[in-house]
Design a protein around this ligand. Structure first.
Ligand code: KG4
Ligand code: ZN
Length: 327
């Protein structure tokens, strides 16, 4: 079995995965959403302190598995430096204490493998990763053959939901809150400009849309009905930007199997719009189970099993955090 730790942002999570079968034997996650909600976003130092409390608590529950552990895995990149350190330090302590190898996992690869928890892998895949930190399209052929073909030039899709929610005073994380508010709103009410719609670039940008929404929020001045329309129009344009660029990309590379992963892949409107986009191509859509869309350690464990089988270990002395590495 492999014990895997995730602490790259505001979720403390540990999993135990059986190597032979991919079976998830244990998974527990303690989220810090409530604690960060008052600030409208993640406060890194607070997150680190909360990980230092939560991770040992979860680890205690894993004690019965200690004697069967063959490796310990941990998210080492990318993420918040002060929170990654919490997980990596704990993983190193476990590796030394139990005399087992350590595996450093890339969080983004983890999101891709959230599709395959307790399942076999399916490759090749075109993957759209939409999370709080990333918005990118990747061509994935295997664990070690992942190419990013388009990414955001500024804010991410999820982050733009967080920021709009903060403007309206809804709390954090903004994705589910905006989705809920948008349900009763008019998607066509605000004609926000679709980012980069005149540009031939296949890339994403959310900072301009965010600023346009800010003006509309200021105008609405506390009016609930207007907020609903703003949320609905924003969700529509944010999604239209993704589908417009994907449509362009599909003209170059026809999708066969397409997947959406990351916390924001839970967005129902996005899911339905991508489904529509794939229809004429006859391509299938893969999604993670809702509970594994946002950060978790089950996905880290799933990658770790593959890395273990391929002997992709790190040395305890050399494994270091890398807050900004990309794929
Ligand atoms: O993958 P994740 O848990 O953390 C990162 O790796 O960043 O993604 C969190 C992000 C947050 O920005 C959150 O607002 C967004 O995913 N999110 C959503 C929805 N649920 C979560 N965005 C849009 N619609 C949702 N339903
Ligand atoms: Zn994530």
């Amino acid at each position: 079995m492999i014990l895997s730790i995730e602490s790259s942002c505001d979720d403390s999570a540990i999993s135990i995965t059986e190597i032979e079968t991919n079976k998830l034997l244990f998974h527990k996650k303690i989220s810090q959403e409530l604690e960060h909600s008052v600030y409208g976003g993640v406060v890194p130092e607070l997150a680190a302190r909360l990980h230092a409390e939560a991770l040992p608590k979860i680890l205690q529950e894993c004690e019965p598995y200690f004697k069967d552990l063959k490796a310990v895995a941990v998210t080492s990149t990318p993420g918040l430096a002060v929170t990654l350190v919490e997980g990596v330090t704990m993983a190193k302590a476990i590796a030394v204490a139990l005399n087992i190898p350590i595996i450093g996992v890339n969080h983004l690869v983890g999101h891709i493998y959230s599709l395959f928890i307790e399942k076999d892998t399916i490759f090749p895949l075109t993957v759209l990763l939409v999370s709080g930190g990333h918005t990118q399209v990747m061509e994935v052929k295997s664990l070690t053959d992942i190419k990013t073909v388009a990414k955001s030039m500024d804010d991410s899709f999820g982050e733009s939901f967080d920021k709009v929610a903060k403007m309206i005073g809804l709390g954090y994380p903004g994705g589910p809150l905006i989705q809920e508010l948008a349900k009763d709103g008019d998607r066509k009410k605000h004609n926000f400009t679709i980012p980069l719609s005149q540009s031939p670039l296949i890339a994403f940008s959310y900072s301009g849309l965010k600023n346009a929404v800010r003006l509309a929020v200021q105008k609405a001045d506390g009016d609930e009905t207007q907020y609903k329309d703003i949320a609905a129009s924003f969700e529509h344009i944010a999604t239209a930007h993704l589908t417009q660029k994907l449509k362009k990309y599909f003209k170059k590379v026809r999708p066969k199997t397409f997947a959406i992963v990351g916390g924001a892949s839970a967005n129902l409107y996005l899911r339905s719009q991508i489904q529509e986009l794939l229809k004429p191509h006859g391509a299938s859509l893969l999604l993670s189970e809702l509970k594994y869309c946002s950060d978790n350690a089950a996905m880290i464990g799933r990658v770790a099993v593959e890395m273990y089988k391929q002997g992709m270990f790190s040395s305890i002395e050399e494994l270091d955090i890398s807050p900004r590495s990309q794929l």
